[in-house]
Ligand binder design. Structure first.
Ligand SMILES: C[S@@+](CC[C@H](N)C(=O)[O-])C[C@H]1O[C@@H](n2cnc3c(N)ncnc32)[C@H](O)[C@@H]1O
Length: 201
């Protein structure tokens, strides 16, 4: 059964803020995503059809928790998070998710190790533009090999800044603006990664 517990309880908020102070751009947001942002991030989840959902940068799991509630009971939810404290918390509050402690740059290897041969949806909570270039490259090379139909839902806390960039990188982009978040943010829902991504890296 998917967990219905709230993802970020009191002590967890201070853990997030502490990590933000320590790691800055690696965490990127002051606080975990709000429920409204989690709802927008999970737009591509189909409650009536099993899917394989990959989440990158799970943090304290607000998106993971909402995905677990929304997805079909036979769906597989794989969340990758490099911070072991965040991963342990998310694993505890969302027991049905497969939470992997690892670097999202190793996504192709991490999925192959778990015999994942098909992905239906990617929810990307990473601060993608500010990732180190080699990590970004490996993630984009992996995404470039996914079928055109796979939706890549990228979270942002700088909505207008990166919208033109995502429109340049993908054939189709639908933008959900979410003001009810600290700070205000949104989700770029993208399909069809263009070869231009290589020059942008
Ligand atoms: C903006 S926070 C989002 C957290 C959560 N998804 C949310 O919405 O509240 C970004 C998360 O990505 C993680 N992260 C950053 N770089 C990563 C990497 N290379 N591999 C895996 N996780 C990474 C950070 O530790 C952090 O938890």
């Amino acid at each position: 059964m998917p967990s219905r517990k709230p993802a970020a309880a009191s002590g967890a908020l201070s853990l997030h803020f502490k990590k933000f102070l320590q790691q800055g751009r690696g965490i990127a947001s002051l606080a975990p995503s709000s429920r409204k942002l989690a709802i927008a991030a999970c737009r591509g989840i189909l409650p009536h059809r099993p899917q394989t959902i990959v989440e990158l940068g799970a943090g304290l799991g607000p998106i993971t928790a909402h995905a677990a509630q929304r997805m079909h009971p036979d769906s597989r939810l794989i969340a990758i998070e490099r911070d072991p404290d965040f991963a342990a918390y998310t694993r505890r509050v969302v027991p049905c998710a497969e939470v992997i402690v690892g670097d999202a740059g190793d996504i192709a290897i991490l999925l192959a190790e778990r015999q994942v041969t098909q992905v239906d949806l990617v929810i990307n909570g990473l601060p993608t533009p500010s990732l180190p270039e080699p990590v970004k490259r490996k993630i984009f090379e992996w995404m470039a090999n996914l079928p055109d139909t796979v939706l890549i839902s990228q979270l942002t806390v700088m909505p207008w800044v990166y919208l033109p960039m995502y429109r340049h990188l993908f054939d189709r982009v639908h933008f959900d603006l979410v003001l009810a978040n600290v700070p205000p943010g949104g989700v770029y829902h993208c399909n069809g990664l263009r070869p231009e991504y290589a020059a942008w890296l």
